[in-house]
Design a protein around this ligand. Structure first.
Ligand SMILES: Cc1cc2nc3c(=O)[nH]c(=O)nc-3n(C[C@H](O)[C@H](O)[C@H](O)COP(=O)(O)OP(=O)(O)OC[C@H]3O[C@@H](n4cnc5c(N)ncnc54)[C@H](O)[C@@H]3O)c2cc1C
Length: 421
């Protein structure tokens, strides 16, 4: 049985970025169930975060300083333009490059080798009955078997994501063309999350795996054409995927650590997980190195101190996720109208996952004041509402406890102390 210091499951950006750092000091094995970098998409991230990392610019496919945010499909697309320095870069090339760096450090990467099972023996983990290590880092993404086995997602919401495969080079009037230019064949994959009957959030697609049935296909096709103004003949194929978002109960179980999408480093709702991985991996790899060096790889040592910002970012995304998934169109429009009044700077921060508790409270308070909140509350599931209110109360330090209490009590007859039961 082969012994390593660290075994990593999954060679996506999380596994490979951590693998690159950790293989400089330790013996590392990376197990990847497919071939590395086989998905066909580009990622979007912030230029400054990328520059700080000093990776070559040759991975960058496009740079742009304006990002068009389409909040509602029937409004003009350029109503909301956010200035920021975005880059869009090629996932395939970048992951290949990272795997070369990992191999240079004498780490082992096994492609087409899924992490299937593990057992514990004398404080060590035996993986797939073949490999042994004191530490496993689960970077296998949102379908992680560890997430499922230990039921680690609290209050999961499953969001449907649809993807087109189509030709995009000559699409007029369409602001997202820059993503697709990289593809020599002039077609590419992109996707959207349908968040309410008439609203969609556009994303570059990653988890497309299932084809959809003909009825849904037709419905979505017409939705996509209307929403994104894509001519019918341009769409070659449509796929669907479901991905969970929620609150992660633990990022560590004894000597198993979860990172990337498996560790919910960025709630998948905003589709900026790569960006968060880029921001966090130095900190995480340092932390893991310290644990391995001191031979203290128990859960206690591996659990990172919880950052208040994580709670806040989780809250805002779940808050919007829970609401826009379930409410009728007029109500979600009301919420978007509140969001539209925010300054560019605030919107930029939300998109960057960089907001603090005061800013979140300000936005939520504004929503409470300016929307038909009593109707809205009726649509939110009781256990979701409890979670939102509890977190709000914890964050707000009595800023508007009374208002929240009145609202919730009026509509659900729940008292504040019930929130904690
Ligand atoms: C539609 C969509 C659009 C997105 N757009 C952006 C964007 O523009 N910018 C951005 O920053 N982020 C974006 N994201 C998020 C980003 O893609 C993810 O956060 C990021 O890919 C997560 O990286 P990861 O390494 O944790 O997981 P993944 O990228 O999912 O990689 C996991 C790897 O593990 C492998 N694996 C899975 N199971 C096993 C197993 N049992 N054994 C071994 N290997 C296994 C998989 O094959 C894969 O290679 C988007 C996400 C979605 C869904």
């Amino acid at each position: 049985m082969k012994l390593f210091d660290i075994i990593i499951a999954g060679a996506g950006p999380a596994g490979l970025l951590l693998g690159k750092e950790l293989s400089e000091k330790f013996s590392v094995l990376i197990l990847e169930k497919n071939k590395i970098g086989t998905t066909n998409k580009n990622w979007l991230t912030y230029k400054d975060r990328w520059t700080k990392e000093k990776f070559s610019n040759s991975f960058i496919e496009n740079e742009f300083s304006k990002w068009h945010v389409q909040l509602s499909y029937n409004k003009k697309i350029n109503e909301m333009i956010i200035e920021d320095n975005f880059i869009c870069f090629n996932e395939h090339k970048f992951l290949k490059y990272l795997s070369e760096r990992v191999l240079k450090n004498k780490a082992v990467i096994l492609e087409n080798t899924p992490f299937r099972k593990f057992r514990r023996k004398n404080n060590q983990l035996i993986i797939n009955d073949k490999f042994r290590a004191p530490l496993l880092i689960d970077c296998s993404g949102i379908n992680s078997i560890i997430l499922k086995k230990y039921n680690l997602i609290e209050l999961p919401i499953y969001i449907n994501c649809y993807a087109y495969i189509g030709e995009f080079d000559k699409v007029d009037n369409f602001n997202y063309q820059h993503f697709f230019k990289h593809d020599k064949k002039n077609y590419s994959v992109f996707g959207f999350t349908k968040i309410a009957p008439k609203l969609a959030q556009l994303m570059l697609f990653q988890y497309s795996n299932k084809k959809i049935n003909l009825k849904t296909y037709r419905k979505l096709m017409s939705f996509a054409q209307k929403t994104f103004r894509i001519p019918k003949h341009k769409i070659i194929e449509m796929k669907v995927a479901t991905y969970p978002t929620g609150v992660l109960k633990e990022t560590c179980l004894d000597n198993i650590f979860l990172f990337g999408d498996a560790g919910f480093y960025s709630p998948s709702l905003n589709g900026m997980g790569f960006n968060e991985i880029l921001r966090q991996y130095h900190k995480i790899s340092k932390h893991i190195s310290d644990c391995v060096k001191t031979n203290k790889v128990s859960g206690e040592n591996l659990t990172l101190p919880k950052d208040i910002a994580d709670d806040v970012n989780n809250l805002i995304l779940r808050f919007f996720g829970m609401i826009i998934n379930d409410v009728p169109i007029e109500l979600s429009d009301q919420i978007f109208n509140v969001l539209k009044k925010l300054s560019k700077k605030d919107i930029q921060r939300i998109m960057r996952n960089d907001i603090n508790d005061r800013e979140v409270l300000k936005i939520i308070k504004q929503i409470i004041e300016e929307t038909d909140i009593s109707r809205l509350i009726k649509y939110i599931k009781k256990h979701h509402l409890k979670y939102i209110i509890r977190t709000l109360l914890e964050l707000s330090e009595d800023i508007f406890t009374e208002e929240i209490h009145n609202l919730v009590f009026k509509h659900h007859k729940i008292r504040i102390h019930d929130m904690y039961t």
